[in-house]
Design a protein around this ligand. Structure first.
Ligand code: ZN
Ligand code: ZN
Ligand code: ZN
Length: 184
């Protein structure tokens, strides 16, 4: 497959935020009531509950065998409903992005990207940021440049993807399904 075809194919997989299907992770799970945690979309909540109490976040390898190059970073604590990233405090969110970048560099050097899918396409309620190798051919122009994790804007709608460029970060927004910028 040529690079151009690959790029076109991958771009087509990014769903604009405005066109995303109207399904979001509606969840009423509550770790204090185990019977509410049995749905498939809560499996990452259950992973969080297996972690030691009091840690801020943790890292998991993506268990999907079709995504052997993927990792996830997740907060230990739960939020209500779809656990959206914008509902975390600025401090906690910055710590989560920082941990994600640390792990990403360890795994992929300078070739990493992070991806947070929008609520409408997420299939797991618990907040999670995907870590992977950036598919460079996919680069798009819907970004802002920021200095570091504390400056990453998180919209209330849609996904976010982040990758390093010349010591700064590109933050791309405007699509729902964004984990497709990462090598599976
Ligand atoms: Zn849930
Ligand atoms: Zn949860
Ligand atoms: Zn970029």
């Amino acid at each position: 497959m040529t690079q151009m075809r690959l790029s076109g194919l991958l771009t087509a997989l990014l769903i604009p935020a405005s066109l995303g299907a109207q399904v979001s992770v509606q969840c009423n799970c509550d770790p204090a009531r185990p019977e509410t945690m049995k749905q498939r979309q809560c499996s990452l909540c259950n992973e969080a509950e297996k972690q030691p109490a009091g840690i801020p976040h943790f890292v998991l390898k993506d268990i999907n065998p079709r995504k052997p190059n993927r990792w996830l970073v997740l907060p230990r604590n739960h939020k209500e409903g779809a656990h959206p990233l914008h509902e975390m405090s600025q401090e906690d969110r910055t710590a989560l992005w920082t941990a994600a970048i640390h792990k990403a560099k360890e795994l992929f050097g300078d070739d990493w990207a992070l991806a947070y899918n929008g609520d409408r396409v997420r299939t797991q309620c618990h907040t999670h940021i995907h870590i992977g190798r950036f598919i460079k051919e996919i680069e798009m122009d819907n970004f802002v440049v920021v200095d570091g994790p504390s400056d990453i804007p998180v919209p209330e709608q849609g996904g976010v993807w982040v990758h390093p460029v010349n010591g700064k970060l590109h933050v791309h927004t405007g699509e729902e399904l964004v984990e497709t910028v990462l090598l599976r």
